[in-house]
Design a protein around this ligand. Sequence first.
Ligand code: AP5
Ligand code: ZN
Length: 214
Amino acid sequence: MRIILLGAPGAGKGTQAQFLMGKYGIPQISTGDMLRSAIKEGSDLGMAAKRVMDEGKLVSDDIIIGLVKERIAKDDCKDGFLLDGFPRTIPQADAMKDADIKIDHVIEFDVPDDVIVERMGGRRVHPASGRVYHVVYNPPKNEGRDDQTDEELIIRDDDKEETVRHRLGVYHEQTKPLVGYYAAEAEAGNCEYHKIDGTQPVGDVSEQLNKLLD
Ligand code: AP5
Ligand code: ZN
């Protein structure tokens, strides 16, 4: 199964990706996580990406498209994958199409901006696994520690309110047009398009996802 998770920063893509990965045994391809590990490694890509990400802007299409194509070509993607945070621009979506990479389901998480800003303030992440928590809405079993490894959770550098607002602006301008893009793709019979109310509790969103993907 090949799935695209579409939605604003903080809409819950990473959170739901964790459930879907387990359920369908397909890898999560999070371009954000890939860039953050490049930053941690201190590679040239990481150095260039850090500046852009800290400002809440998008990394260039060429770089991202190259990364994703290389990742999708790996063995573990043969039976499908979950794209989280990609595509994020029309050229990125076109690149998938030009490469003949078919998508089965596009899932849009609909969450208003005010809710997003509140969520991001409480987000905590486990960088090594991509597991995501919220101090109130999805708390870890032990405060500040990952459920599975007991390692320390961190706050992402781009979760400052000012940066979050900037990221939301970028989302509306550059990513939101993909809603129409994939609605048209679904109309043409190339994929299924589902819109989910992402303001529901985490478990309810998962349940709804399960129903529509089964
Ligand atoms: P990326 O890491 O992809 O960030 P994003 O898209 O902005 O999304 P987030 O990871 O912030 O949110 P999410 O939807 O995964 O929400 P989450 O589940 O964590 O990208 C970071 C940067 O990298 C970009 O700004 C850009 O610079 C660059 N980049 C990445 N991809 C790129 C691309 N394709 N092209 C160009 N540049 C790219 O949840 C958020 C919080 O809410 C958590 O605390 C969670 O516990 C909580 N939560 C989740 N669901 C619920 C719920 N239903 N109810 C209550 N709380 C909830
Ligand atoms: Zn995420």
